[in-house]
Design a protein around this ligand. Structure first.
Ligand SMILES: NC(=O)c1ccc[n+]([C@@H]2O[C@H](COP(=O)([O-])OP(=O)(O)OC[C@H]3O[C@@H](n4cnc5c(N)ncnc54)[C@H](OP(=O)(O)O)[C@@H]3O)[C@@H](O)[C@H]2O)c1
Length: 238
């Protein structure tokens, strides 16, 4: 994909770094964002890029719309276009509904819902001018199904589904595709600070998630993979 410019938000996370490695192998031009610049630098140093000019790190807190604007502007200043946005930043606060504080709820909505909204909004403005683009929102199965202990998280993720479908409708006439990914549990650092008892050995791997994202990016130009559901074998339901 040497002709593609791909912005990966949450690039240093489990899913983000797996897809970033894949895209680097494909020869894509990469704009990598997350808050911690040292982790972005470590990731970059591990990528199999022949040409370091193909990578731009932009430390960004996506809860701040001004920083998101700067991210997209820097991508355009360096590469002239944005072909793909991969939204893989997020976090989970999973506890009983009556233990969720207002700060917890705000944190979920600020990062998972509003942060994703800002990145889609800012990338779409660039893509509209190009009359093409592909936005991949890594939502998770809790964007369409409920789970005990996930009220605040589900509120944020169901919200991402809602705005993504509205934006997809508004933006299809500009050649902008949306793909919504509903992964079940993925064994990533996401779970490091979650006290809920889970069996990480039975989860999907970040590589499986990355393979699904790559599949969507490789779809024929006229085809839109609208939604991709992948559950671990131990958690199948229809
Ligand atoms: N793991 C799962 O089971 C699973 C399943 C389905 C869907 N998902 C969703 O997939 C996405 C990625 O999850 P993951 O498992 O890869 O999580 P992860 O390993 O914890 O990675 C999270 C990423 O988000 C970045 N981030 C966090 N807050 C940010 C902020 N305010 N601004 C910019 N970047 C921020 C982190 O970097 P910094 O800390 O440096 O900012 C990191 O790069 C999330 O939206 C998650 O809800 C996860």
């Amino acid at each position: 994909m040497p002709d593609k410019v791909i912005v990966v938000v949450g690039a240093t996370g489990g899913i983000g770094s797996a897809i970033t490695h894949q895209l680097a192998k494909e020869g894509a031009n990469l704009v990598l964002a997350a808050r911690q610049s040292d982790r972005l630098a470590t990731l970059t140093s591990q990528l199999p890029m022949a040409n370091l000019e193909q990578i731009l790190n932009v430390p960004t807190n996506i809860t701040d719309p001004a920083q998101v604007e700067t991210l997209m502007q820097k991508a355009v200043d360096k590469f002239g276009q944005i072909d793909v946005l991969i939204n893989a930043a997020g976090a989970g606060i999973l506890k009983q509904y009556n233990k969720i504080t207002s700060a917890d709820l705000e944190a979920m909505l600020d990062l998972n819902l509003k942060g994703s909204f800002y990145t889609c909004q800012a990338a779409a403005e660039v893509m509209k001018g190009q009359k093409s683009g592909h936005i991949c929102n890594i939502i998770g199965i809790l964007g369409k199904h409920s789970m005990a202990m996930a009220s605040a998280y589900c509120a944020s993720k169901f919200g991402v589904v809602g705005f993504s479908k509205c934006m997809a409708d508004e933006l299809k006439r500009f050649g902008i595709k949306f793909t919504l990914f509903y992964f079940g549990g993925v064994d990533s650092p996401f779970w490091d600070n979650v006290s809920l008892k889970v069996d990480r050995k039975k989860m999907l791997t970040p590589q499986t998630a990355a393979n699904a994202i790559l599949f969507a990016l490789r779809a024929d130009p006229q085809a839109v993979p609208m939604e991709i559901n992948i559950q671990p074998e131990s958690h199948l339901f229809f």
